[in-house]
Design a protein around this ligand. Structure first.
Ligand SMILES: Cc1cc2nc3c(=O)[nH]c(=O)nc-3n(C[C@H](O)[C@H](O)[C@H](O)COP(=O)(O)OP(=O)(O)OC[C@H]3O[C@@H](n4cnc5c(N)ncnc54)[C@H](O)[C@@H]3O)c2cc1C
Ligand code: FES
Length: 323
């Protein structure tokens, strides 16, 4: 049993509870989304006391040094005094410069930040809404090529943030986003290494960014992108990616449809992971990027590792739903 104070109120945390569990149980408005240490929306700071190391996993060293931690992973082992991060340092204001329909349930959102944002294609930002609502969205844009940040947002039935983005957000609106988070991005240094990118649904967003970023950084090895959807309508960047294939001989794209019959010869029928792994039976020496549906990402991590990809070469972002 430990204690912490937040906004001058003292709370007790039992062994099985996290700081976030306790605050939410007391209806304290703190942002949170994945509740599994991935999205970093629940970041808080210990202004007195030291947070446990396990609650700082994945944070930058500069944040760790200032006693920032993730409330959803924090089982305090000493008494702490807590604060929310100063919004001026942890958030960036941006204006919606464009919203366009990409498919029946995916929109592309372009954002112009008030100050330049240092990011890598494939990382994600947290978008903040009202009442501490926060959700993560991956960056499809490429810093060296695109003026604005681009997100691809799928509408989740009854989803609070995605419905708001689809139905209420419009060009000219001002929003708040976090600094970029995550390590699912291309790093230069091994330009000839083959790259395998597998994504489902709007999991194409980070992969589209990563593939174009690799090309922009002079990657010479093969870049094989597989995009899975339940239906043909969900292949929302089909034309753009076919054009990219024509422009770069080391880039290829394979659309896959799992839940309806397809007539086109150039669309694979079946689950994206099965299609991709049938065509790449040996993955020793490959760098792998996996994004989208959490079940697909989990299975793909295991299978690509068993097929020879080194753990250090497997990069993944599972689009975990909010808890
Ligand atoms: C690292 C990361 C990156 C992400 N990047 C993207 C991205 O680029 N594009 C994108 O569209 N989304 C992305 N997501 C998912 C996104 O953060 C939200 O979870 C999603 O938009 C739903 O939020 P919501 O507020 O609309 O739904 P909520 O109000 O949170 O949920 C409504 C209901 O739908 C369920 N639900 C929520 N999400 C899903 C889902 N994905 N599948 C099935 N059921 C669900 C919830 O459990 C709940 O029952 C990402 C998630 C993570 C963790
Ligand atoms: S990291 Fe804590 S809610 Fe996502």
């Amino acid at each position: 049993m430990s204690k912490f104070t937040f906004n001058n109120i003292s709370y007790t945390c039992s062994e099985n509870e996290t700081v976030l569990d306790v605050l939410l149980a007391h209806e304290v408005a703190v942002p949170s989304s994945c509740r599994s240490g991935l999205c970093q929306t629940c970041m808080m700071q210990a202004v007195k006391g030291t947070p446990p190391g396990a609650a700082q996993k994945g944070l930058k060293d500069t944040l760790k040094a200032q006693n920032y931690f993730l409330a959803c992973c924090c089982h305090p082992d000493e008494d702490l005094e807590l604060a929310l991060p100063d919004t001026q340092t942890a958030r960036v204001r941006a204006t919606v410069s464009n919203i366009e329909k990409l498919s029946s349930d995916i929109v592309g959102v372009s954002l112009q930040c008030e100050q330049p944002l240092d990011y890598k294609s494939g990382q994600f930002i947290n978008l903040f809404g009202e009442n501490s609502l926060a959700r993560s969205y991956s960056l499809a844009s490429v810093p060296a090529k695109d003026q604005h940040l681009t997100l691809h947002v799928r509408k989740v039935p009854d989803g609070r943030m995605s419905s708001w983005i689809h139905h209420e957000l419009s060009s000219g609106d001002s929003v708040e986003i976090s600094l970029p988070v995550g390590d699912c991005f291309y790093t230069p240094g091994n330009a000839a290494q083959p790259l395998l990118l597998i994504g489902t649904g709007s999991g194409l967003a980070p992969l589209y960014g990563i593939a174009r970023d690799a090309i922009a950084q002079g990657h010479t090895g093969p870049i094989r992108l597989y995009h899975g959807s339940t239906n043909v309508d969900g292949l929302y960047l089909d034309k753009t990616l076919r054009q990219l294939t024509r422009q770069h001989e080391n880039f290829s794209y394979m659309p896959c449809v799992s839940d309806e019959p397809v007539e086109q010869q150039d669309i694979a029928s079946g689950h994206v992971l099965d299609v991709a792994l049938q065509e790449h039976a040996k993955l020793a020496g490959w760098r792998v990027f996996l994004c989208g549906n959490p079940n697909m990402v989990k299975a793909a991590k295991k299978k690509t590792f068993l097929m020879g990809a080194a753990m250090k070469d497997i990069h993944a972002d599972a689009f975990l739903p909010s808890a």
